[in-house]
Write a protein that binds this ligand. Sequence first.
Ligand code: SAM
Length: 251
Amino acid sequence: MTQQPATRSTSSDSSRRRQRSVSQSFLGELLTEQLADWQQETGTDPVTIVDLGGGTGGLATALAGQGHSVTVVDPSPDALASLKRRAAEAGVSDRVTARQGDAGDLVELVGAASVDVLVCHRVLEYVDHPGDALSEIAACLRPDGMLSLLVAGRRSAALTHALNGQFRAAREVFADEGRFDPDRLKRLLGQAGFEVVAQHGIGAISDLVPESAPESSAQAREDLFALEHEISTDPAFRALAPYLHIAARLG
Ligand SMILES: C[S@@+](CC[C@H](N)C(=O)[O-])C[C@H]1O[C@@H](n2cnc3c(N)ncnc32)[C@H](O)[C@@H]1O
């Protein structure tokens, strides 16, 4: 599994990056690279992806645009209605399926041991029992399938509150057992039968710099993107990043 998402960038990558925040661009390229590596290793084409808690389908539509077949499972009917509109506008409706349900319904909705790649971004924070959700995810993945997991970091949330002068909120967030840090997440993944194959901090620097900084020149943006990439695997920056991305496989 690659750890080097920024090294294969092209000029069309850089123009696409300018439309989005640096951390979003970095995450998008990371996932694209990891998917491509997984596809090459397993010889899978096309890939069936389930986006658990995929919401209004920003990522699902982008993945469908890359030729993948994506099923979004989400409890919100409003989000799924937006997803359908978005997929139609992007001309990928034939590769996007919306299923209403939550993490506990996953095997029933998509089948056991059937899914190539499961995406679960910014959702584990909302489920009542994250360990149970990870076990359900493990049950619906095929044995050599891949999980792409993104969660908000506990330390970064505490830091953000503190920098805004909300010290009580910072203390509460820091003490909250329900929030994630790399060690806790790895423990939960291990209990559900997963092995971590790559982990990256997302937004550790780029989400902290003023928006005007990367906009000052294309070069500044490219430099910030490269910096974000370089520090994303550093354990100290990773622990402090707003989001932690983990690619995992069943052990
Ligand atoms: C912060 S949004 C993230 C949306 C999308 N994954 C993204 O990264 O932009 C959280 C999503 O999780 C969904 N959600 C909440 N509880 C859930 C559950 N128990 N199982 C599955 N999805 C859930 C919500 O409906 C919402 O679409």
